[in-house]
Ligand binder design. Sequence first.
Ligand code: GTR
Length: 330
Amino acid sequence: MKKRAWLAVISSVLALAGGGLTTVAHGQSKVVWKASDVHPLGYPTVEAIVRMGKKLDAATNGRISIQMFPSMQLGGEKEMIEQAQIGALQIARISVGAMGPVADEVNVFNLPFVFRDEAHMRKVIDGPIGQELLERMTNGPGSRLVALGWMDAGTRNVYAKKPVTGPADLKGMKIRMMGNPLFVETMNAMGGNGVAMGFNELFSALQTGVVDGAENNPPTLLAQNHYTVSKVMSLTGHLIIPEIFVFSKKTWESLSKEDQALVKKVSAEAQQEQRKLWDAYTLEAETKLKAAGVQFVPADKAAFYKATQPIRDKYGSKYAALIKRIEDTK
Ligand code: GTR
């Protein structure tokens, strides 16, 4: 490689690795933490972290701030997790779906129909179970992440060019699922052909027909422009998966106890703030999608529940006690 090319590589590695460390007046180090999200600016998860950055900035007189890299600028969620693990990124906002392969215990939230509805999911993440899982993800063997908080991501429904009202309609359809074997098997049990794929590849896969559809919440259908290809959302409601935001343990361990406490405080606030943003954006998304000609069609949830029982049996048995506690959360 030529010298100039090497210099470019070295400077981009340094830019990624340092968390933006520079020295400012008063001899204090000013840090700019990198945060990343697959969604665009303005999306509730992105906005909540941007606001958290402003709070950190204000509370530390500009010593700590957050630079947001939205819209998959730093890759898909798998890549974001890897970057946070090595300290090239400080905050990764990802789906619990993407965390499953990294932290097994959290897969309990990835089981189909594990929550009765979104209100039930919120009760669970806000309560002792949510707290315990954050701690286990942080302190589990070999963990290189600090799990800071949960966020809402509504209910996932299948979307495609045609309605999917029951398992028979999914026959022969390739449906993109998040990269976690549990999801592929869930889709297969629902009657379709699950295809594991990174979120960053999905739009073109829908466009070119590599997949016939996907499944997600209405805000994602809108914000990622998937509705321009898939015009029918069938209310299968098979997954209610919260989001999570994690911090690089490598950076975390270099922070003072006071800074760690501050980050925890603003994180707890971000969890609640995102929820308000989420509710407002969900309404807006549904209105905009309908105006753009998207149809929301009812689906036979009971049939999908029945069809996915083998998944709950197979993957859920090792968390039986936890699932009982989730069910008992009223
Ligand atoms: C969305 C979620 C993203 C991403 C995506 C996916 O609901 O907000 O973080 O996980 O789903 O399907 O990959």
